[in-house]
Design a binder for this molecule. Structure first.
Ligand code: ADP
Length: 307
């Protein structure tokens, strides 16, 4: 096999109380990529459709992660990468992570899988680090492992896969404004009050337990972020209204997806997720701001081969 086509999924990082450590994988939102083995040595990006992004391998996250893997091997051939982007860069639903993951996953398949999922995560994190200036796995991890993950530690990398209820769905609104992860990070406090830290780690523990046991009441009581959301939500137009409408329509919780501007809501069942979608649209359709809205089952498989 010399060529592989893949679906690289969008992901929701942070999940309210799990800033920088928690993430989950989406089912029907994602990019397509083609990875090809070629005689010429090195990594080349030969096609990008959908959005205007750099072709230089060392400036595009897909190329940076591919180079990290390529340089760890001693190969007498190279790879070409084609990127068919559906997730807008800067959306907060893991656009850069989808690209970073796609190239290394595809190369690994063409090489007959010399690397495991944790190693692929490490290579892909090099691409993400280029954008956000720090290594984190809360988008990369769920894209590679699927489902919900807790990035327990970055060095050494430890990804924990968290079981979650079968009927868990996400509704995601993506207002068409751009917030760069690097800018959103600049708003964060450098110190946190102990009382806030206590609330946050109680919530994160509660969220993990609620997901494990499938207890929606516990998930609902845990999906709060007292540290990051109060600062970052200021960058997202109509955030509070959306959150209140989603919860009123039956979402178990709602928060900023990644560094925004997308907002996620978690719901029990498809029907409820669609009701939440309608409630959010009722607000956003009046704002004059363009938006996309998605309803997705939590994707338990992660990145996948299309051919
Ligand atoms: P997101 O959460 O959507 O990934 P980020 O702000 O983390 O948003 O990343 C988007 C930034 O990464 C943009 O500045 C974009 O130009 C840059 N970038 C470089 N290569 C890629 C790529 N292949 N896909 C998406 N963004 C990329």
């Amino acid at each position: 096999m010399n060529e592989i086509k893949i679906f690289s999924p969008g992901t929701v990082a942070n999940v309210s109380c799990g800033f920088d450590v928690m993430g989950f994988c989406l089912d029907n939102v994602g990019d397509e990529m083609v990875i090809r083995k070629v005689d010429q040595k090195g990594i080349r990006i030969t096609k990008i459709e959908g959005f205007d992004l750099p072709y230089e391998a060392d400036k595009n996250v897909a190329g940076i992660s591919a180079l990290a893997m390529y340089n760890a091997l001693d190969l007498d051939f190279g790879f070409e990468i084609e990127i068919y982007k559906k997730i807008k860069p800067g959306s907060g639903i893991g656009s850069s992570a989808a690209s970073a993951v796609g190239s290394v996953f595809g190369m690994n398949e063409l090489l007959n899988r010399p690397f495991n999922k944790t190693q692929l995560t490490e290579f892909a994190m090099k691409g993400e680090a280029f954008i956000s200036k720090c290594e984190h796995a809360d988008n990369i991890g769920p894209a590679i492992f699927g489902g919900f993950i807790l990035a327990k530690s970055v060095s050494p990398l430890q990804i924990l896969e968290i079981p979650f209820p079968e009927d868990l769905y996400a509704t995601i609104i993506h207002p068409q404004i751009e917030i760069k992860t690097a800018d959103a990070r600049g708003l964060l406090p450098t110190e946190v009050a102990l009382q806030d830290a206590i609330k946050q780690w109680a919530n994160l523990g509660g969220l993990v337990h609620g997901l494990h046991s499938g207890d929606y009441e516990v998930i609902k009581s845990a999906l709060h972020d007292v540290i990051v959301e109060p600062h970052r939500s200021k960058l997202i137009p109509h955030f509070q209204e959306v959150k209140e409408a989603a919860i009123h329509a039956g979402a178990v919780g709602s928060g900023i997806s990644g560094s925004g501007p997308s907002i996620f809501s978690l719901c029990k069942g498809l029907e409820r997720a669609n009701e939440v979608k309608a409630a959010i649209e009722a607000i956003y359709s009046k704002t004059g701001i363009e938006y996309d809205i998605h309803v997705s089952k939590i994707n338990s498989k992660g990145i996948k081969i299309l051919n």
